[in-house]
Ligand binder design. Sequence first.
Ligand code: FAD
Ligand code: AMP
Length: 479
Amino acid sequence: MSDKYDVIVIGAGPGGYVAAIKAAQLGLKTACIESWTDKEGKNRLGGTCLNVGCIPSKALLEISHKYEEASHGFADQGIIAKDVKMDIGKMMERKEGIVNQLTGGIGGLFKANGVTPIYGHGKLMANRKVEVTDKDGKTKTYEADNVIIATGSKPIQIPPAPFDGEHIVDSEGALEFTEVPKRLGVIGAGIIGLELGSVWARLGAEVTVLEAVDTFLPAIDQQVAKDALKQFQKQGLNIVLGARMTGAEVKRKLVNVTYEDAKGKQEAKFDKLIVAVGRRPYTDNLLSEDSGVQMDERGFIFVDDTCKTEAPGVWAVGDVVRGPMLAHKASEEGVMVAERIAGHKPQVNYDCIPNVVYTFPEVAWVGKTEEQLKAEGEEYNVGTFPFAANGRAMAANSATGMVKIIADAKTDRILGFHVVGPQASEIVAQGVIAMEFGSSAEDLALTCFAHPTLSESVHEAALGVAGGAIHIANRKKKK
Ligand code: FAD
Ligand code: AMP
C-alpha cells in the first residue's frame, strides 16, 4: 500500500473516526492514525468518548440509577425489593464489556468503509506530511492532500491537587473505583463533576461538590438550573458554591482539602477526590515548528467556521478546537470537513447543538437562555410546563422538572428549548429538530403529540408561549 493518501486523520475519537468514515464513503483514500492503547497495550479506537468518556460514564449512570431506584424508589410503587446489593466488580465488568464492544466496532466500520487504521503517535510536519511513531519507537512518514487533526482533549490538572491515580483522580480514575468511597469530594460542579458525583452518591458515597463560581451551572437557563440544583440537593449531593479549592494533601489514606468560601478558609477530608475542573485541548508533540498550524491564546488549534486551519489542506475538529467539548459537535465537524474536502459546502449549525447533563433529573437544552436574551435586549415570550402535571411522568414515578420554550416575541421563532426532568436527553431532540427547521412555537403547538407521553409537556410548553396551555393555568410571560 502506498504511503500517500487523499486524507489522513490524526485521532480516532468521534471527531476523527467519523471524519475518516465519511471521507472514505465519499471515495477518498483515507487513513486514520490513533495512539490509544488499553492497559494490556492493545490498540484502541474510539477516543475519549468510547474509552473513558460518554459511554463508560453513561453505563455507570444507568446502573447506579437502577440501584438507587431499587433501593429507595420501589417501595412507593408497591414493589418490595429487599436486601438490594451492589456488586461493583460486576458493574465495572459490564461497563468494560460495552466499551470493548463499541471500540471494537469502530475497527469493523473502518474495514467496511475502507479506512486504513495506522496505530501510533502522529506528528504533523510541513506540507501535510505526518510522521508516525509506533509503540516500539519506530517511525514512518505518510503524506496526504488533506490532513484532519482530531486529537481531542485531556483533563486539566491544577497545581493544588495533582493527580496521584489513587486518592486524587481525574474523570478517568473516577470511572474505575473498585469500591464505593465513604466520603467523596468532587472539585468542579460542571457536567462531568455532577455526573460522576451522582454515580457514586447513588451507590452510597457521601458526596461534596466544591464549585468556585457562586452560580450553579451559569451557562444554563437559570430557572432550569435552580430547579435542578434543588433536586440534586434533595438527593443528598452537598453542592458548595463559591468554594475555591486551594490545596489537597494525602495523609494516612485521606485527602485533606483546603478551600476558601465567603466565610473564609475551610477544610474537608475525603477518601477520594475527583478533580473535574475542565479539559484542555490535546496537542502534545503534535505539530512541527514548520507545520503552519496556529493555536489561539488558550491552546486550541485556530480554525475558521469551516474548521480550516492556517495551513493549506490542514483542518481540525472536535475538542481540540473552539466550541463546546461534546462528542456530537466533534462528529458534526468531522462530517462537514470530509464533505468540504470532497468539494461540497456544508456548514455546522452551531446554534443548534444540544447539551445534556445525564444526572437525574437530566438537564438538556439547545439555543439561548433567558439570561442571554435579556443581555442581548431581545423581546421574547416563554412557555413552561411542569412534569408534575404530566400523567406519564407521574406513572413513571418521575414527575419532576419542566419543559421551557422561549420564542421571539415578534416572529414566534423558537430561540431556546430547555428541559429539566426525566429523559430530557431524548426530549431535547424535539427542540433541536424544531429549531433546525426554523419552527415557531405555534408550529409545535399545532402538532399532535401521542398521549400519554413525556413529550406532551413540550406541546403544553409550546401552547403556553401564546398563553394557551390546556393542562395548567396560563401565566403568559412577556419580557
Ligand atoms: P477524543 O475523543 O478525545 O479523541 C481524540 C483521539 O486522538 C484519542 O483517541 C487520542 O488517543 C488520539 N490522539 C491524540 N493525539 C494523537 C496523536 N498525536 N497521534 C495519534 N492519536 C492521537 N460528550 C458528549 O457529547 N456527551 C457525553 O455524555 C459526554 N460525556 C463525557 C464524560 C466524560 C467522563 C468525559 C471525560 C467526556 C465526556 N464527553 C461527552 C466529551 C466527549 O468525550 C468529547 O467531547 C469527545 O470525545 C471529543 O471527541 P474528539 O474526537 O474531539 O476527541
Ligand atoms: P466544566 O468546565 O464544565 O468541566 O466545569 C468545571 C468547573 O470547575 C467550573 O464550573 C469551574 O468553575 C470549576 N472550578 C475550576 N477550578 C476550581 C477550583 N480550584 N475549585 C473549585 N471549582 C473549580
